[in-house]
Design a protein around this ligand. Structure first.
Ligand code: NAI
Ligand code: MG
Length: 352
């Protein structure tokens, strides 16, 4: 079977970390006899420099013809003075919208070995934490009607039933492959959209009798994440609540250089990227941690291609590499030996 993958390296550390992720994927192809086919296309600042556009038509076309997209990161000070619509970051929003990527999936997994980077008390995260946040990405207040009139401004939170249904199905399916528990987060005591949300999620839940469902108001969910994060398996929520809660959950686990994400549309199509940006401060110095991008590849294998054991293989290789004490600068403690981006990639490949 052939898997078609569009590759957008982007700006700053983007090319460095994506190169390591591709190396890992090629190794997986050898080991498991899969045919991964890569097509490199441009987006972001480098696309502006080479074509005058942050998202050239060809890039969009290649992405649409692929099974999945790998993205490094876009943006940097060089393009900061451009108007909003022409900036590199706008290419990302356009990609998400054009590819109808309505579901953003962010695992927040604590690697036991790195638990001293966790800002919570050790007893709260003892034994590890493993949560997946499923955030609705193309609806809600960010995309609702908005206007300003003099000293008055308005943003509307809008949801249609079908938008809630499709994200809820996504969350329940993910829960079925994990610990079979979905927590739906809303503000149904106050918001009409949340009442529709809760009712719809309950209807969808009937298709997944093996999955346990509970509901939390968003203010309580924010609190529970720091008081007792181990109670969660899959959290599903609307766009803005998910934006805030996913950042909160990620940071409980420590370094930004470790955290992957997926944005999924229909038919398992997905764009996979680390949650961090282009890190211009360390670009070109071999300091970037490639693990977030490598774990994004692991998500791609699982969610788009349905290759669960291959996905696990990458995760295990990363865990082993960390347990063996290999550290890029962002996760090294004082006095620990620091390795480069390429060295980290090589060690993970060897471990596979
Ligand atoms: P950033 O995530 O690029 O960097 C924040 C800090 O984390 C920096 O100190 C950086 O060196 C460090 N860092 C990030 N990734 C790392 C890695 N893999 N290994 C080690 N250290 C890492 O966020 P910042 O500085 O706010 O944004 C820089 C540029 O990236 C901006 O132009 C921004 O708009 C863009 N950006 C792009 C995103 C994307 O393409 N998805 C997401 C966030 C920001
Ligand atoms: Mg955010």
């Amino acid at each position: 079977m052939k898997y078609k993958i569009a590759v957008i390296k982007g700006d700053g550390i983007g090319p460095e970390i994506v190169d390591e992720a591709i190396k890992v994927l090629k190794k997986m192809g050898e080991k498991y006899n899969h045919n991964f086919e890569f097509t490199e296309v441009l987006a972001g600042g480098i696309a502006i420099d080479k074509t005058g556009k942050n998202l050239p038509e060809e890039t969009l076309q290649v992405c649409k013809e692929s099974d999945a997209v790998i993205l490094g990161a876009v943006g940097g000070p060089k393009w900061d003075s451009l108007p909003g619509n022409e900036r590199p970051e706008k290419a990302l929003l356009a990609l998400r919208k054009e590819l109808n990527l309505y579901s953003n999936i962010r695992p927040a997994v604590m690697f036991d070995i790195l638990k001293d980077t966790c800002p919570l008390k050790p007893e709260i995260v003892e034994g590890g934490m493993d949560i997946v946040i499923v955030r609705e990405l193309t609806g809600g207040i960010y995309f609702g009607k908005k206007f300003t009139e003099g000293n008055y401004a308005c943003d509307c939170m809008e949801y249609s039933k079908y938008e809630i249904e499709r994200i809820a199905h996504q969350a329940f399916k993910i829960a079925q492959s994990r610990n079979k528990h979905v927590t739906s987060v809303d503000k149904a005591n106050v918001l009409e959209t949340s009442r529709l949300w809760r009712k719809t999620v309950e209807e969808v839940a009937k298709d997944y009798p093996d999955v346990k469902l509970n509901h939390l108001y968003v203010d309580n969910a924010a609190m529970q994440l720091v008081v007792n994060p181990k109670q969660f398996d899959v959290i599903v929520t609307e766009n803005m609540f998910g934006d805030i809660l996913s950042d909160e959950a990620s940071m409980i686990t420590g370094s930004i250089g470790l955290l992957p994400s997926a944005s999924l549309g229909d038919n398992n199509f997905g764009m996979y990227e680390p949650i961090h940006g282009s890190a211009p401060d360390i670009a070109g110095q071999g300091k970037a941690n490639p693990i977030a991008t490598i774990l994004s590849i692991s998500m791609m294998l699982k969610y788009t291609f349905g290759l669960q054991s291959e996905s696990d293989c990458i995760e295990n290789a990363v865990k082993k590499t960390l347990s063996d004490g290999h550290r890029t600068a962002d996760i090294a403690r004082k006095g620990e030996k620091i390795i480069t981006t390429v060295e980290m990639g090589n060690i993970i490949v060897e471990s596979i």
